[in-house]
Design a protein around this ligand. Structure first.
Ligand code: GDP
Ligand code: CA
Length: 322
């Protein structure tokens, strides 16, 4: 069996760890690919930063800071202090020393002419991840936020510096109209037995992957069933600020509204199936009515057990006879 997950970031990392654990518990034969969002990548101090990829990489390698929720465990910030003294990095963007090692390696390889896909392979080969990651696209498609008053700013400035509090009217991925899906992403989608949409931020983690031209078509014609997992429970995000992104594009912060936003595959949307939390069982019937097979199961990923069970529930829904 081949599982392909779409997402990027910490919510995606938790889910993929759960899926990897599910695979281990059920015989360990299945293969996992992840199509990773690249739209919150950006350039800082001459370095290419890829937050969604690196969150996955560190979590899957087991070198992440589980307490803080992001970055490397045992991190120090000596270089960052020097960069601040030189005035070359914004003081609101933390760059740990170990993390900087990753950014320097990535940038060196990009400068030497490697594609983002090739950089993913090199970074991923350091540890036994049990998962293969592919960028949604090899092109740069950095997200910018259209402010209600003022010029567009880079997504990271809006998200990290302003904590998503500046009123905004939308998001754009610069240059996305010229982007194409990476070969690895396309192959992972066409070759999948099950496609899973991680409980990642629907607007800035999953949305940009779907917005790469040709990606929607690749998903529409994929043989595999597509099942998503809600990152929204009881009308609130589990962690993070996805609610600010949903409000910006006029989508209510609820498991039901996010499923409607993705749409039923049967009517040109994304989803065959959708998992909501038991607290949102009221969403099952209305979503079933619009053609999305919906189940209410525990969605909190607290540890290896709860995450593996959630991944198992998603796979079971995808494979359930229609
Ligand atoms: P980011 O790029 O690091 O912000 O990470 P993602 O976009 O992958 O994930 C953010 C989303 O993950 C948020 O909307 C959270 O609500 C969701 N999330 C985090 N932990 C959990 C969990 O335990 N269960 C569920 N269902 N969603 C979660
Ligand atoms: Ca993200």
């Amino acid at each position: 069996m081949r599982f392909t997950v779409i997402g990027g970031g910490v919510g995606c990392a938790r889910f993929v760890r759960g899926l990897r654990e599910h695979v281990r518990r059920t015989g360990g034969e299945d293969r996992i690919d992840v199509v990773v969002n690249t739209a919150d990548d950006w350039w800082v101090s001459g370095l290419r930063i890829a937050p969604d990829h690196d969150s996955l990489l560190y979590a899957l390698a087991g070198v992440n800071d589980a307490e803080r929720g992001w970055g490397r465990a045992g991190e120090t910030e000596r270089v960052s202090a020097e960069l601040a003294a030189w005035g070359t990095a914004p003081e609101w963007f933390t760059l740990g020393d170990l993390d900087l090692g990753t950014h320097i390696a990535r940038t060196a390889w990009l400068r030497a002419g490697l594609t983002v896909s090739e950089v993913y392979r090199r970074l991923g080969s350091r540890w036994d991840l049990g998962v293969t990651m592919h960028p949604a696209t090899d092109s740069e498609i950095d997200t910018h936020v259209i402010l209600a008053d003022g010029d567009p700013i880079h997504f990271q400035e809006w998200w990290v510096h302003h904590r998503a509090a500046l009123p905004a009217t939308g998001f754009v991925q610069r240059g996305i109209e010229r982007a194409v899906p990476s070969d690895g992403a396309l192959e992972a989608i066409s070759g999948a037995d099950v496609i899973l949409i991680a409980p990642s931020n629907p607007v800035v983690s999953v949305g940009p992957v779907l917005a790469v031209p040709e990606m929607r078509e690749a998903l529409a014609v994929a043989d595999a069933p597509i099942v998503g997992v809600s990152g929204i429970i009881s009308g609130a995000v589990v962690r993070g600020m996805a609610d600010a992104c949903l409000a910006t594009i006029g989508v209510e912060t609820s498991a039901e509204a996010v499923a409607e936003h993705y749409g039923a595959r049967a009517s040109g949307g994304l989803l065959d199936g959708w998992l909501v939390d038991e607290a949102d069982a009221g969403a099952v019937e209305p979503l079933e009515r619009i053609g999305i097979r919906t189940r209410a199961v525990p969605l909190w990923m607290r540890d290896a057990d709860t995450s593996a069970r959630l991944a198992g529930d998603a796979v079971a829904l995808a494979l359930a006879p229609r």
